[in-house]
Write a protein that binds this ligand. Structure first.
Ligand code: TXA
Ligand code: MG
Length: 320
């Protein structure tokens, strides 16, 4: 995993205003000193991300939040106490000192205490906040291994700490705790009902008046190969139609092949458990994307609150 030498190099780079690849339990992040606008600007340049998109500030513990947020409402404290360290991001009113590059010019700031031991060790030693979006080029699939980060960004990011495969595999649940109440802005491993168990009724889904979560632009997390998301009972028909049209296929569906055909160049078995499905999803999308297919056919997973985050990412991967 990460030895003392790699750790020291990573900390030196962060202190110098450089960007590193950082493992977290959700996905790998592209991390830099959140209090240094030039360092944050480098993240945006490497990702190719529009500067209006805010980034999450990663912290070592809840005690640091008041340095970044001018208000920490009781609901936010309750959620932090329940779920941190872990895959939950809180959107709060920002403190005046937070660089504009971090907030994308909004009056809110997103903060999270990750649970990955390497991320926590870096944060504790660094002492300050680390801005870290997912370590992928803008709009592409988030990385869940150090190798993914090196493949995508290795030229631009010499230091990538290897913390093994991300345990969760999907980005954190983002919850805003603002004057109007508590709202899930991005679904994740921590489902909405687990949030409402702690804070009571939630506000409805985001609209034009809620803080922008550009990770929720419709086409996102996208492979290069087009994705066809089909109803589970329509997989066989969809495969036949694509094959009939002369297309080569890569497939993510629960069962083993219902059709044997040379046109099916890759078939990955989709997990029946949503946590396992979410853990594997991005690695699977990369494998399917590299299989040389014309189309990736994905069987739509079941309905139900435990599948919301997976379905969200699949819907975005299929939108273009
Ligand atoms: O799991 C995660 O959250 C990963 C790991 C690395 O921690 N990070 C991540 O970052 O997914 P990113 O930048 O790919 O997505 C962050 C999301 C974006 O959709 C962004 O718009 C939203 O958080 N966000 C950040 N600050 C915000 C704010 N002040 N208000 C609303 N949304 C915000
Ligand atoms: Mg991202």
């Amino acid at each position: 995993m990460v030895d003392a030498e790699a750790m020291a190099a990573a900390l030196a780079a962060l202190r110098a205003g450089d960007v590193i690849g950082l493992p977290t339990e959700t996905v790998y992040g592209l991390a830099a000193d959140a209090s240094n606008p030039a360092a944050v600007a480098r993240i945006f340049a490497i990702k190719g991300r529009p500067s209006s998109h805010p980034v999450i500030v990663h912290l070592a513990d809840l005690a640091q939040v008041p340095l970044w947020a001018r208000e920490v409402p009781p609901a936010a404290v309750a959620l932090a106490e329940r779920f941190w360290p872990g895959p939950l991001t809180l959107v709060l009113p920002r403190a005046a000192s937070v660089p504009l590059a971090v907030t994308g010019g909004q009056d809110t700031v997103a903060v999270r205490v990750p649970s990955h031991p390497v991320a926590l060790a870096v944060l504790r030693t660094f002492g300050g906040g680390l801005a870290a979006p997912s370590a992928n080029r803008y709009g592409r699939i988030s990385p869940t291994t150090a190798a993914h980060v090196r493949e995508d960004l290795g030229h631009d990011v010499p230091i990538v700490l290897d913390g093994g495969p991300s345990a969760v595999g999907l980005e954190s649940t983002i919850v805003s705790c603002l004057a109007d109440g508590v709202r899930v802005l991005r679904p994740g491993h921590i489902a909405a009902d687990a949030i409402s168990d702690v804070v009571g009724a939630l506000l409805g889904p985001p609209d034009e008046t809620t803080p922008r979560v550009p990770g929720s632009v419709v086409s996102h997390y996208a492979p290069h190969t087009p994705v066809d998301l089909v109803a589970p009972d329509a997989v066989a028909d969809a495969l036949q139609a694509h094959i009939g049209a002369g297309r080569r296929l890569a497939v993510l569906a629960p069962a083993s092949p219902t059709i044997e055909a040379p046109a099916i160049v890759c078939w990955l078995a989709a997990a029946a458990d949503p946590d396992v499905y979410g853990h594997d999803l991005y690695a699977h999308l990369r494998t399917l994307d590299q299989a040389g297919a014309d189309v990736i056919v994905v069987a739509r997973p079941p309905e139900g609150h435990r599948w919301v985050a997976v379905l969200d990412r699949l819907t975005r991967a299929a939108a273009r």
